[in-house]
Design a protein around this ligand. Sequence first.
Ligand SMILES: Cc1ncc(COP(=O)(O)O)c(C=O)c1O
Length: 436
Amino acid sequence: MTRPQMPNAYIPGTTPLPPEDEARIRRRATLLGPAYRLFYEEPLHITRGDGVWLYDRDGRAYLDTYNNVASVGHCHPRVVAAMAQQAATLATHTRYLHDGILDYAERLLALFPPELSHVMFTCTGSEANDLAFRIARAATGGTGMIVTDNAYHGVTLVTAEASLSLGPAIAPGPTVFAIPAPSAANYPEGIAGGFATAVTTVCAQMAAQGIKPAALVFDTIFSSDGVLPDPPGFLKPAAMAIRATGGLVIADEVQPGFGRTGQHMWGFQRHGVIPDMVSLGKPMGNGYPTAGLVLKPQVIAEFGTNARYFNTFGGNAVAAAVGLAVLDVIRDEGLMENAATVGTAFAEGLRNLATRHDAMGETRAAGLFLGTDIVNNGQPDATRAARIVNDLRQNGILISATGPRGHTLKIRPPLPFSLENIDQFLTTLDRVVARL
Ligand SMILES: Cc1ncc(COP(=O)(O)O)c(C=O)c1O
């Protein structure tokens, strides 16, 4: 049986585990079925989180350098208090008048360029992208979706079929067209121009098949494509290229949004592009499932006239209270600024380490979203990357790997990460890589 793998997934039967964990894993398989995966050769049994720390059942602390959902810190007391208070008062949906959703919408939209002046609420990033795809089709009359060749955009039928990182088991949708991700390796003549030309070329291929473009959709940090933030501005010509064919620009901010990239609240702002729609998720509720789609009014005019939208839990009163608390914490604790300064120091530290270790290649970063390539004789080495990820886990530090070849360390801690946390990370990584 072939099982679609993700980098450093636990593979049953390969690592001797304590009997209680073997039993737990069997129970999971019995109850949850075969599609779920666990992180790490030796899976973790986490029972508590606090700030940048996760604790296992024995109370051992792990430095969380991976979770961008608990972006303002695990179990942040202000977020938990807002959630509990609203849940104890009222938990209804968007078909009643309620000020919470309006107060939150106002605060959220104030963080966007004025052209993006509507927000619709969902529960997950997948739903936000799915909604964006539906609206793009209605607004343009087209169906063609352009994605990068190792993209991930979600679990619904349409978004999974636009997520080539899921591997060959999930066939791309009939109107999904992939282009090479915007890396220097894919576009040696220049990322900005090359990526825009790829958009134009693929639109011509669509036209030859009688398909009209609906949208170009990209994660603005290209996380599953290996973390590709630079050079800032490279998305601008691609946005112009899709618009020249009548298609829209959808920025997926599910990973980089809410201040993680440091200089800006949203990844698209690094590129000087104003998308037509922006999907939000993961960090939006710091663990409470809330997500959304911010959009230009003109793109929803057609869809909104002919279709109605109701999402039972999207934008519920608790979600709005939580979302507002997350924005308060980001502002009051200066977390975006922290992502900028600590992220710069982190990238520098990784690059310094690479001068002493041949196994460490390029580091690409924006704020607290970092990717470091692991190589062997200069060639991508996913096995080494997985070794490092697992050894870090054994040494109390959590990260993962990403990219089309699985050789990029994906480093993405909660935003209150400190210089002291970086020291611990780099000292441990130094030791782990030296032992390869
Ligand atoms: C870039 C991107 N878009 C969309 C999604 C889907 O979000 P969710 O898992 O909340 O449905 C993810 C999730 O990993 C993601 O990384």
